[in-house]
Design a protein around this ligand. Structure first.
Ligand code: NAD
Length: 553
């Protein structure tokens, strides 16, 4: 039985034992599509997160996808082009059920303006990283990543935790909404600015944000008191980051950590320029795109200038993957890239071992299934400090949104081991239903994104998009259930290509084989990508785990 969804009553949360499709694999993908809308930011418009990241191109396309998933046999494959179903072809039961290509525009044409025009004509849509691939699980999807970044900074600069430290950030949207909770979990007093009061209230309602301050003075007093008491606290403030950051700097306050997760990548549908109301911005989105782009860029220039100012005065400042430095540089801030990107600065040693954001979703809708898998994870990896610490914290602090799900940073061999054991639990009736496994597209072998994931790679291979393409083709040959190639939309046009994968553990022997092949090969490619770029951690992983990398003499 689907469950009521108080946030979006028209989009119930799927669950229960009844199948509408002809098998659990198809049913699983249908539930995942329903789930991304149930936890999405603006499901009425099919928008899941990241400004314009959509689950399907249009409601007609959505209807066609639902019909195909409901009626298709296991030996068919549904083809989806930028969120629109275009064919259901006969393949075989070991082939993917769904393959997708979303928002891939030929190189010289891959520009924001071309994307907006193609979108206006209804020919394309951006799938975000996980929206169009039906893998989004709400703000939890990035929470461990954000938490691990804070902890790496804590270890390097602040003696191991963020108690008594002030973190300043902005953006309380689909992904940015993870920041207040991640900051609090790391022990910090974190202030999060968002221009949209609804977003702030939403994060408070679902338990990710504790307080909303009425004005900047009160917000700073609350933060100051928490810092003095070394008390973890998250405070939201409705305001424009391009005004609030410079004002905090003007007052001579130097936060310990500064970042930003507004939708700065999209100057039209994401970032809100200072001095404009949300209604004004919405109007200009239709017929004043040029004006809006110029105004957003001008505000980002001020926003990033304040971030650089904080950096100069000693704050730890980093780009949290929203292209804000790129936008600022194009606006004339020549030294914007003095701000490091989070991947290179904090997480690359993990990615080099293909340790990254792996996720699983209980298709039954039962939280007890996730609790059982949490126990299994602790049993399987008792010596993995990142995992044991994370699961303990996640159990205590992370509320479920939509279908119960968990994210945990696991690497080569670990993901496969966990997924196959879960499949055995499904087979043995120890879980209430099958479980879907996927991962973020921001994963070792899965993404080329020279200003985010692959910035300043050791061998200079930042912009080479062969890796996600090889990943996708390999995953189709490795029995995955859903495989997708995404490229950037909006301001990300021309900046990225990524691959996504989903495999369903339905308790069958076939699923065991699918999980084994797809998940093992996916992380093996991640290790190979970094080994090929010369990273010691990856070469060590190749040797230790017998990764089939071909090393030329
Ligand atoms: P979203 O569109 O759901 O939310 C963006 C938020 O920014 C909104 O709440 C909006 O009101 C707010 N905002 C816009 N302009 C503002 C301004 N000038 N001042 C204050 N608030 C402003 O987007 P999201 O899903 O939260 O993603 C945010 C960004 O992070 C995107 O660029 C996305 O691509 C990126 N991202 C990074 C990672 C990562 O791994 N680091 C993961 C996912 C997304």
């Amino acid at each position: 039985m689907p469950k009521a969804n108080p946030r979006h009553p028209k989009f119930p949360i799927p669950g229960g034992p009844e199948l509408r499709a002809r098998g659990w694999r198809q049913e699983a993908l249908l539930r995942l599509l329903e789930n991304v809308l149930s936890v999405g930011e603006d499901p009425d418009n099919l928008i899941v997160y990241a400004a314009l990241g959509k689950a399907a191109r249009s409601w007609a396309a959505h209807k066609g996808i639902v019909k195909a998933l409901t009626e298709m046999e296991e030996d068919q494959t549904l083809l989806i082009q930028s969120g629109k179903p275009i064919g259901l072809v006969k393949t075989h039961a070991r082939a993917p059920l769904v393959i997708m290509a979303n928002c891939n525009i030929v190189g010289q044409w891959a520009k924001a303006e071309v994307f907006y025009e193609l979108q206006r004509k209804g020919l394309i849509c951006w799938g975000g990283l996980t929206a169009g691939a039906w893998q989004y699980i709400g703000s939890q999807g990035v929470i461990q990543g954000t938490y691990e970044i804070f902890m790496r900074i804590a270890e390097r600069r602040f003696g191991g935790d963020l108690a008594g430290r002030f973190v300043l950030t902005a953006g309380l949207g689909g992904m940015g909404g993870a920041q207040p909770l991640a900051g609090r979990m790391a022990g910090a007093a974190i202030l999060c600015i968002d221009i949209d009061p609804e977003r702030a209230h939403k994060r408070q309602q679902i338990g990710y944000l504790q307080e909303i301050a009425p004005d900047l003075d009160t917000a700073l007093e609350m933060i100051d008191a928490a810092v003095k008491d070394r008390r973890a606290l998250s405070v939201g403030l409705v305001g424009n980051a391009a005004e609030v950051y410079p004002e905090i700097a003007r007052r001579g306050i130097v936060p310990d950590i500064v970042t930003d997760q507004t939708s700065a990548h999209d100057l039209v549908y994401g970032y809100v320029p200072k001095g404009m109301s949300l209604d004004q911005v919405r109007e200009l989105r239709d017929d004043g795109q040029g004006q809006l782009m110029a105004a957003s860029r001008a505000s980002i220039v001020e926003h990033v200038t304040a971030m650089l100012d904080f950096q100069k005065r000693g704050s730890e400042v980093f780009d949290n993957g929203n292209l804000i430095r790129t936008q600022a540089k194009e606006g004339g801030v020549t030294h914007a890239f003095e701000i490091p990107i989070f991947t290179e600065a904090y997480l690359r040693p993990l990615f080099a071992r293909a340790i990254g954001p792996f996720r699983w979703i209980a298709l039954s809708g039962e939280e007890s299934d996730i609790a059982r898998i949490d126990d299994l994870l602790l049993e399987l990896f008792p010596d993995n400090k990142i995992i044991t610490n994370w699961i303990r914290l996640a159990r205590e602090h992370v509320p479920f949104e939509g279908l119960p799900a968990r994210i945990a940073w696991l690497g080569h061999g670990e993901r496969t081991m966990l997924a196959r054991r879960v499949n055995a639990l499904v087979a043995g009736g120890e879980l209430k239903g099958p479980v879907a496994f996927s991962r973020d597209h921001l994963d070792a072998g899965a993404m080329a994104h020279p200003n985010i994931m692959t910035e300043r790679m050791k061998d200079g291979s930042d912009a080479i998009a062969d890796w996600p393409l090889i990943d996708a083709m390999m995953l189709c040959s490795s029995m995955a259930d859903l495989v997708v190639v995404h490229s950037g939309g909006g301001g990300y046009a021309g900046y990225m290509t990524s691959c996504g994968v989903t495999v369903v553990a339905d308790g069958t022997d076939d699923a065991d084989e699918r999980l084994d092949h797809a998940l093992t090969n996916d992380t093996a490619l991640g290790v190979m990508r970094y080994a090929d770029a010369g990273y010691e951690e990856a070469l060590d992983e190749v040797a230790k785990k017998d990764v089939p990398y071909i090393r030329l003499d």
